[in-house]
Design a protein around this ligand. Sequence first.
Ligand code: OTU
Length: 651
Amino acid sequence: SQPLRFESELSLKRLMPRLDAVWDASGADESLRTEFNLRLEEYWYALFEILHELYGSRYDFFYHLEQILTTAATAWINRPESLREVDRHRINEPDWFASEKVVGGALYVDLFSENLGRLRETIGYFKELGLTYLHLMPLFAVRPGDNDGGYAISNYRSVDPRLGTIDDLKLLADELRAAGITLVLDFVFNHTSDDHQWAKLAQSGDREFQQYYYIFPDREVPDQYEQTLREIFPTVRRGNFTWHDGMQQWVWTTFNSFQWDLNYGNPAVFRAMLEEMFFIADTGVDMLRLDAVAFIWKRMGTSCENLPEAHRMIQAYNLLARIATPGLLFKSEAIVHPDDVVKYVSPEECQISYNPTLMALLWESLATRQTRLLTRSLSHRHKLPDGTAWVNYLRCHDDIGWTFDDADAAAIGINAFDHRKFLNDFYTGQFEGSFARGVPFQENVETGDMRIAGTLASLAGLELGIEHDSEEEKELGIRRMLLLQSITLSIGGIPLIYLGEEWGMLNDYEFVKDPAKAGDTRWVHRPKMQWEFLDELDDNIESGSGSIRTRIYRSLQRMIAVRKSQPAFAGQAMKLISTGNPHIVVFARMNAGHHVIVAANFSEEIQTIDGNYLRTAGLGRFFEDVLTDRTYGTSDALQLDPYQYVWLRRV
Ligand code: OTU
C-alpha cells in the first residue's frame, strides 16, 4: 500500500546513517558496502512490510528494525570471502539445485564416522556413491542426557565437543565444497534446549528472557490453548506444556519436555535467532533445513500449526538471507497435510522441501501393491512453483506418518482412517502376510494415531527374509528397496538417501540399552555405519559370490550414476501416463528436449504394458532401458518382472 511504502522509505532513510556507522567502524571495502546496499534496496520494502505486519504495533518496533538491519550488515561484513564468491555465483544461477547432477545423503556424524575430523576422511566415499549434497544431522552443543538426536541445542555457536569444533566444521565445509558437495545443516529454530543460555536466564527469573519462551504461572492459558492443539509426542507427556519446578511455571514444549518453544511474537527472539542463523551460515553451509517450520507461530484458538505468520516469518528470514548471505537456501521440514506442505515452497520462502506425501505413498503402494493413491496424489500434487524443488526420500531419521489427503483417498474409494490403521498394522508386521518389520512410534491410544519407525531394508522385507533364511523373500526385499529408489531418483527433485540405505542396513534393536534413547523408537533406524561392509565390495556379484549388501550398494551406485547422466531428470516436469494397470506407475520426464519414461511394477506378479502406450508417450518404435542397456520395440507389450523398474529412452 502507498502509505506503507512511504513509511518503509522513510524508515530506511532514518536507518541509513546507523548502518553507515557500522560500515565505517568495520573498515570493510567500499565495494562490499555497495553490493550490500543494492540488495538492501531491492528487498527492503518486502522485508519492511513483513516486519511491520508482525511487530509494527510494538512500542519498540523501530529499535528492533535497527537491530535486524545492523545484524544483516554485520553478517555480510563478516562473511568469509570464499562464501561471498559462492553468493555472487548463485545470484546468477538461483536454481542450480534443479540439476539432475544433484543427489543428496544424510547422516549422523557420530554414528557414521565418530567425529568431524574422521568424516573429512570419508569424502571419497560420498564421491564414489555419487553424492553432491550432504545433510549432517544436528551437531551443535546439546544438553546432557537425552538430546533428541541433537535437536535440543544448548548453544548454536559451538559444536558438540564429542564431534569436534567450529573450526573442524569449517574445514569440513571447505573440503566438501572443493569436492563438489554442498553442505546442509539444520536450523533448529522452533525451540532451544532447556539448558540454552536464554532458558537458564529465564529460569533464574530474568523477565527479558522469560519473554523468549511461552511461560505461564498456572494452567489457565495453557488449558485454553490445549483445546485446539494436537499432541506431537504423546508418549513423552500428555499435552503441550511442561511444569518447571525451579520457576514454578508452565513452559510450552511441543516436542520433548526439554525442548522449549521460542516465542517469535517477541521481535527480540526473531533478531537473536537471525544472528544464530548467520553464524551457522558462515561456517560454510549451503542450505539450512528449517526444522519443525509448522510450529513457529502460535495463536489462541488455532492448531498453532501452519499459521500465516509462520510463513511470513520464514519469508522475512529468506529476505534477510537474500540481503546478507544470498547463496543460502532454505529447505522446509513441514511433515503436515499435503495442502500445507506446499505452502512453504516458493523462491520467496523455502526453495526446497521434503516431499512427505510421496514418501508415505510409495510405502502405501508397496503395502497394497496398488499405485492408485500414489498416482491420484501425484496427478495434482507434484507440480511446484518455478525455482523450487522437492526433496524426495524414502527414509530419514524420523518416523513415517501417513500424510496423504483423505479426499484423495475418498476419490478412489478408500476410507482414510481405516487405511491408516491398515498401514500401521502392515508396517508393524501385524497384518497377515506382511513383509515389514517396523516398530510403532508415538502411539496415541486415545486417537489411534501411530507412526512407524524402521530402516528401509527392514520395512521392505529384507529383515524378514534373513530371519526366515529364505532366498526368495530376501530377493523380494532387495527388489522392493531398489524399486522405491528408482522412483525417488527419477520422479523430479533432489533424491535424498539416508545413509545406511545403500547397504540395506537393518533395524538396530540395541538402542533400548541406552537410557537416553530407550524411550524413542526412532533410534531403531539410526544404526551405526559398519565400515567393514566396504571390504566386500571387491566380491564379484555376477559370479554369485557377492553379498546382499554389495548388490544393494552397487545397484544404488549405478542408479545414481545413470540418473546423473540423464538431462531429462533435471527440474520437476513430470507427466503421468495412464495404462489402466493399477499395479504399475508410468511417467514421463522431460527437460530441454530430453525425454525418459519411467515404469515401475509395485507387485510381485509380472505385469505388462501395451506397446501403444509407450509409442504414443514418445518412445517411437525402438527404445532402450538406460539402466540395463537392453533394447525393446513398441510392437510388443513391455513385460515388467516382479518389482521391476525401467528408465526408457528412444533409440
Ligand atoms: C523434527 O520433526 C525433527 O526432524 C525431529 O527429529 C525432532 O524430534 C523434532 O522436529 C523436534 O526438533 O515431530 O516426528 O513437521 O513431524 O517437525 C518428527 C512436524 C517431528 C513434525 C516434525 C518433527
